[in-house]
Design a protein around this ligand. Structure first.
Ligand code: F6P
Length: 557
């Protein structure tokens, strides 16, 4: 693998610096001067209609950004990813989430292995299982069909499935519900199972490594709850054989470590595999998406995968000047490195996408929250902005104040669909239309602001004019789709995966490792004995940690 190109040494970077120094942001003036600006900077990717025109860009800037991508070798690294080169250098792995959505008749052989055949073999197993659960053919230990699926996982084994499940609720089979347990706080599992009937509950234990403390602890608690309740309601005898039979009917697993699944007590026949070349945060389109496949059915899941694939093909083949994930990734670099933007808001105007910002936090921040490059050298620029957000219009009444009038530049992506799942009227008013009026109003207000003269013209007393001025020139990208279909959800995820990839390549990062989560995990295991009262273990901790643990020990019930 070639060493990364230091972006700051490129000609394009110098040009971007010059362009930034000369830039006087003036979205009002730019739109007035160029009636075609909206058209020029609006692009379609699959079913997504993406308007970049309210960004602080012009043709020269986009041209320099595209040249930057060229000089740092984005296309070469993209092709290396798609063909299975081991671009995850620190883990010596291929990065092939794009293979998870290749159609069955595609061809991709990586290091002698037919990846497409492997992917579709697991998809077929998942679909057969999903069909059995959906039709009621898969029965619990007393012969009743499953009505609740509880997914136990964390990070990539949770955020993707829960986000997509919530996004696709209108496509869910009636009478079948999914719940998601992730946190090791025992309140999570306790609340999620409290009102469940054990005879109609199916647990999916999802863990790529099958070693994750939270997931295995939650899985054991769920197993204890299930077996305890089944005995309590007289559904099974209190014997090892009966317990084993119950686990076989009520527990399945998703993992790359099928040996560990068996050691946990789950029949490997009830396990769905994937591969080390699927990163956790890139895995919702693998067997990790099993709860989604059960909820929306095999056809819905296939449509979901087709959505990803359409954006993959766009990213892989479309010219840089019209390549939406490339342009969006480069524009993010523009804000991070030339405007010192520290964060990036993602604001879905679609309640069904309410978990999308949380999902993106793992995707983007676990990928690009790094300060060394893939060759081990320190990065040469700022990296990894903080992604955050909440659905509109809720956010408008909470944090938009800071985006409109705060001192920091916060680029924001607004996402909406034209046709809601519930086209309801309120006294003759189309409520979704009213909702979207807010989307359009916010992006216009952020771009064009309100001048002091406009404020004065409203009769505002002079003393409070400054407080009511909106500077404008707050950049936004608008993403619209027809409907929130399974395909569109897949397209949105793939779009942000590739945006994240582009940013990572410019910064020279291995966007596919996550060593930064290791130290805390290790220390938690070391501190645990102290928390359970081991005096010697406590004495080994620093003074602050000793005091905190002692406080906890003195206050717990
Ligand atoms: O701790 C971070 C992490 O490794 C994520 O990258 C991953 O998605 C999550 O933990 C869960 O890991 P697993 O699927 O192996 O349980």
């Amino acid at each position: 693998m070639n060493n990364p190109v230091d972006p700051t040494t490129t000609e394009a970077w110098s040009d971007l610096k010059t362009l930034k120094d000369a830039l006087v942001p003036d979205l009002r003036g730019w739109f007035e001067a160029d009636p075609k600006r909206a058209d020029e900077f609006t692009f379609d990717v699959a079913d997504l209609h993406v308007d970049l025109s309210k960004n602080l860009i012009n043709e020269d800037i986009l041209d320099a950004l595209v040249r930057l991508a060229d000089e740092v070798g984005v296309a070469g690294r993209r092709d290396a990813m798609f063909t299975g080169e081991r671009i995850n250098v620190t883990e010596n792995r291929s990065v092939l989430h794009t293979a998870l959505r290749l159609p069955a008749d595609a061809e991709l052989v990586v290091e002698g292995q037919d990846v497409v055949a492997d992917v579709h073999a697991v998809l077929n197993e998942m679909f057969a299982f999903a069909d059995k659960v959906r039709s009621g053919e898969w029965k619990g230990v007393t012969g009743k069909p499953i009505s609740t699926v509880v997914n136990i996982g964390i990070g990539g084994s949770d955020l993707g499935p829960v986000m997509v499940y919530e996004a696709l609720l209108p496509y869910k089979q009636e009478g079948l519900t999914c719940r998601f347990v992730s946190n090791i706080d025992p309140s999570d599992v306790a609340e999620k199972v409290a009102d469940l009937d054990p005879t109609t509950t199916l647990f999916i234990v999802a863990s790529k490594t099958f070693t994750t403390l939270e997931t295995l602890t939650n899985a054991r608690m769920a197993r204890d709850w299930l077996l305890g309740r089944l005995v309590e309601v007289g559904a099974i005898e209190d014997t090892d054989d009966a317990r084993r039979a119950a686990i076989a009917k009520h527990f399945v697993a998703v993992s790359t470590a099928l040996d560990k699944v068996a050691a946990f007590g789950i029949d490997p026949a009830n396990a769905f595999g994937f591969w080390d070349w699927v990163g956790g945060r890139y895995s919702v389109d693998s067997a990790v998406g099993l709860p989604v496949a059960i909820a929306v059915g095999p056809q819905g899941f296939q449509d979901f995968l087709a959505g990803f694939h359409a954006v993959d093909e766009h990213f892989r083949t479309v010219a840089p000047e019209r390549n939406v994930p490339l342009l969006m990734g480069l524009i993010n670099v523009w804000y991070v490195n030339f405007f010192q933007a520290h964060s990036h808001a993602v604001l879905p105007y679609a309640q069904y996408l309410h978990r999308f910002p949380a999902y993106l936090q793992q995707l983007t921040m676990e990928s690009n929250g790094k300060s060394v490059r893939w060759d081990g050298a320190p990065v040469t620029t700022e990296t990894g902005e903080i992604f955050w957000g909440e659905p509109g219009t809720n956010g408008q009444h909470a944090f938009y104040q800071l985006i409109h009038q705060g001192t920091r530049l916060i680029p924001a992506d607004f996402i909406a669909v034209a046709n809601p799942a519930h086209p309801i009227e309120d006294g003759g008013t189309d409520v979704h239309g009213l909702f979207l009026a807010n989307f359009f109003a916010q992006t216009a207000a952020l771009a064009f602001g309100k001048t002091a003269d406009e404020v004065r013209a409203e009769g505002t007393p002079e003393a409070i004019v400054p407080a009511r001025v909106f500077a404008g020139n707050r950049p936004t990208t608008s993403i619209l789709a027809n409907e929130l279909t399974p395909s569109v959800v897949g397209q949105l995820i793939a779009l942000y995966e590739h945006i994240t990839f582009v940013e990572g390549v410019v910064w020279g990062l291995d966007s596919f490792d996550q060593w930064g989560v290791e130290l805390g995990k290790k220390l938690a295991l070391e501190i645990a004995p102290a928390v359970f009262g081991d005096v010697e273990a406590l004495a080994k901790q620093d003074a602050s940690t000793q005091a905190l643990v002692s406080w906890y020990l003195n206050h717990r019930g």
